[in-house]
Every structure is written in C-alpha cells, then in structure tokens.
Design a protein around this ligand. Sequence first.
Ligand code: NAD
Ligand code: MG
Length: 305
Amino acid sequence: MTQHEQNTPDGQLSPDNPATRHPKVSPPEQHQSEPGLDVKTDPVPDIGLDSYVGTGRLQGAKALVTGGDSGIGAAVAVAFAREGADVAIAYLPAEEEDAQRVVKAIEEAGQKAVALPGDLMDADYRTSVVDDAAQQLGGLTILVNNAGKQVVSESLEELTDEQVAATFQINILSMFTLSRAALRHMGPGSTIINTTSIQAYSPSPTLLDYASTKAAINNFTKGLAQQVAEKGIRVNAVAPGPVWTVLQVSSGQPKEKLPKFGHDAPIGRAGQPVEMAPAYVFLASPESSFVIGETLNANGGDPTP
Ligand code: NAD
Ligand code: MG
C-alpha cells in the first residue's frame, strides 16, 4: 500500500467519490526556499500528467499561463494543451526543472510550447512577457494570471513593507500590466482568468498581505469583466481552497501545519492541482459564454459569499 492509499479514509482511492478520488495527503514537515520545486515536494503535487484527459474543448486556442511551471498553473497548462491549445508558460528562472516537465507534456499533447522564464518583479519582463508569448504563439486568446507569492507572517509587526510590496506586485499589480498587454492582442472569444483564493473571503491572520491581494483580484476581475464584455472578451476568476502545492512548503504555511494541510475542508482533504484545471478549462472554453465577472470557487466545500 502506498502512503497515499493509507491516507484515504477507507484505504482505497475511488474515482467516483470526490472525497476519495484523490489521496488525502498528510505531508511530512518540510521546507524549500521560495519559489521551490514541485519535483522536490513530498508528496509531489498531482498536475494531471497521468490523469487529465482532454476532449478538444480549446482547439486552436493560444494561451499564456503565468506560474505555469508548477502547481495549479502547471495543471492548467497541461489540461489546456490536452484540450487542443498551444501554451506559453511564464515562471521564475529558478524553476526551469519544473517548467521543462510541463513543456514536455504540452509537446507530447501535440501542441506548441513556449517557455518564458523571468521575474514579475522586473518591470522590463512584466511589460514584454505577454508580447513575447503572443509573438511566439502567433496570437493570444487566453491569459491566465496565476503567478503568486504567499509567505506567512505571524504579526503585522513582523510583516515588512518590502514583503507587502512584493506580494502586491506579483499577485495583483502585475495583473493590470499583463491584462492590458493581453487585451491588445485579443479579439472576440478571448478570455482572461485570474487566480484568486478562499483567502479573499476568509483571511488567515498570518496572511494579511496575501489575503488582501486575493480580495483585490476578485474586485479587479469583476470590474474589468464589465469593461471588455462588449468586445466579446470574458474575464473571470478561480478561487481555490487548500491545494497541495510547493507554495505551501516554501513559507506559505508554518511547517508544523503541513501534516494536516486541508484536513478541515468539508471534503476532509486538500485538493490536488489537477482538480483545479477543469474550472479554468470551463471558463476558457466558449461553452461558458454567459459567465462573465464570476469567481468559480473550487475549495472542497467551504461556503463563500
Ligand atoms: P506554485 O508555487 O506552484 O505556483 C506559484 C507560481 O508563481 C510559481 O510557480 C512561480 O512561477 C510564480 N511566481 C512566484 N513569484 C514570481 C515572480 N516574482 N515572478 C514570476 N513568477 C512568480 O503554487 P500554486 O499553489 O500552484 O499557486 C498558483 C496560484 O494559486 C497562486 O496565485 C496562489 O496564490 C493561488 N492559490 C493557491 C492555493 C493553494 O492552496 N495552493 C489556494 C488558493 C490560491
Ligand atoms: Mg513553481
């Protein structure tokens, strides 16, 4: 029996039961310095490499996914490719090993992959990454603003202005720059999807900077959605709950909380990145044409406003 199977309530994984479709992880205490690597996380987050099956819902689409090397962004990039999209991923240079795993999966799906390493703290990179993606993909129809920084801080006293500024720059300010650039390339049928969080409504006392950016992302999504709807461009958001990713082990949670990460969600476990991907596929595909300015919560059952 694998560690995963032992962790499920009845010792078995069952694809028909959402509670036991994926393992209930009880990760050992561990730490990686930011941004960390999926491939070094224990257990390795499930980005759908062995499980996500596409049905051609994004044929011909051209997508840029920020933070597409690992976790939720990687699962989205893999799913988009298997749905028929060409996919560019943006990520930090230190994440090349994770990024190459995703590039390989996109190519194995028969789609074009574009790798765009760089730091969203760097103004030159921020202003050029979308144009580079569009140029190399031959257009842009989907932007997923997913890159994020989450670092716990016990008190406001401990939380530095430098950290607050970086969290805001990466999580929300970059969305203004990247979305503005993307809209220059986009026509009717294009979509922007922003990753927010349950933290937007239920902030942890130790994530003041992070949680406030996530609330801002919801608001930005609803405002921009109204601005561009008439052009036939839709803007929406996905709000994940606890999802097992390297973000949590690179200072996103106090180490001692990792073994029970996600256990108090109504479904009884943390989600896996692959479980987030269908929400992004739905919002990116033409079938969600009347869904605009919406935040789709994928959080294992916690009530949201
Ligand atoms: P992750 O660490 O796998 O992904 C985050 C990515 O952000 C990194 O891979 C990195 O490429 C990118 N990033 C961080 N700093 C950057 C910078 N300075 N420049 C460029 N890129 C940078 O973790 P994840 O959990 O998959 O996070 C993806 C998104 O999901 C984030 O926006 C996060 O806030 C959000 N989210 C995660 C959870 C969760 O429980 N894991 C819950 C709610 C929301
Ligand atoms: Mg990463």
